[in-house]
Design a protein around this ligand. Structure first.
Ligand code: ADP
Ligand code: MG
Length: 241
């Protein structure tokens, strides 16, 4: 198995406010890395540094053999890095189909016919095909989350970054999201899955990284991390929502 992402000694800040510190980890191609940690731990900030919205002031990010530490978000996207946002960001006035089409058409140089075919394929794989004509603004939260994933998938990522796609969903809906992640994993996509609700998603991951105050608290096999004192302490008294 080869390493697709190597994060080394990452430090990132918003202005003078330091968030990520000394963060190092690797992701193997085709695996699912779960990232957990309490609110404010720096999970979304990590996403932002991986997707290029925030440039770290120290450290490096090597993706698929390229140093992308300072690359722009659009270059990373074309290079195969797709992300979702914690709060879904579809084009509210466009239909589900159009939203995915935008991603499929972006920077790929595909023919019109191939772009449409890829859009249909993505809609089918995310169970949105029947809802293609619905305006995004009218979707339920579960379908908005699906659309968020579909929009990222449309860009054909090698590495997909999921930011709290299960947040705010019922148990049954979380189960559906887990099935979707499982399906994506089986297609060979590497996934970094950030979630605050950890019990359910831990089962679907190959490795877990727990962040606390922007630092790596513990990292390893899901069972080892979930059973650790570190995770128990950091989540102590924190209600899972
Ligand atoms: N755009 C921003 N500007 C300044 N501080 C921010 C910004 N976004 C997040 N923060 C702060 O950075 C810390 C980490 O936030 P975040 O990465 O969103 O945590 P998580 O996703 O783990 O809940 C928090 O203290 C948060 O208040
Ligand atoms: Mg967050």
């Amino acid at each position: 198995m080869s390493t697709i992402l190597n994060v080394e000694n990452l430090h990132a800040a918003y202005g003078k406010f330091k968030v990520l510190q000394e963060l190092s980890f690797e992701v193997e191609e085709g695996q699912v890395l779960g990232v957990i940690g309490p609110n404010g731990a720096g999970k979304t900030t990590l996403m932002n540094t991986l997707s290029g919205l925030l440039i770290p002031y120290e450290g490096s990010i090597v993706f698929d053999g390229d140093d992308i530490t300072k690359q722009s978000p659009d270059k990373r996207c074309r290079r195969g890095l797709g992300r979702t946002y914690q709060v879904p960001r579809p084009f509210e006035g466009l239909t589900v189909f159009e939203n995915v089409l935008v991603g499929a058409a972006y920077g790929t140089g595909r023919s019109e016919r191939a772009t449409i075919a890829h859009t249909v394929e993505v809609l089918k794989s995310t169970a949105l095909y029947e809802k293609g004509d619905i305006v995004a603004g009218q979707l339920t939260l579960l379908d908005r989350k699906r659309l968020e994933i579909a929009r990222a998938l449309a860009t054909q990522p090698k590495l997909l970054l999921l930011d709290e796609v299960a947040a705010g969903l019922t148990d049954a809906e979380v189960h559906e999201v887990m099935e979707l992640v499982e399906y994506l994993k089986n297609t060979g996509i590497t996934i970094i899955w950030i979630e605050h609700v950890i019990k359910t998603m831990a089962e679907s991951t190959d490795k877990l990284l727990c962040l606390a105050t922007g630092m790596r608290l513990i990292y390893g096999d899901p069972a080892y991390v979930m059973g650790s004192k570190e995770v128990e302490e950091v989540y102590l008294g924190v209600e899972e929502d």
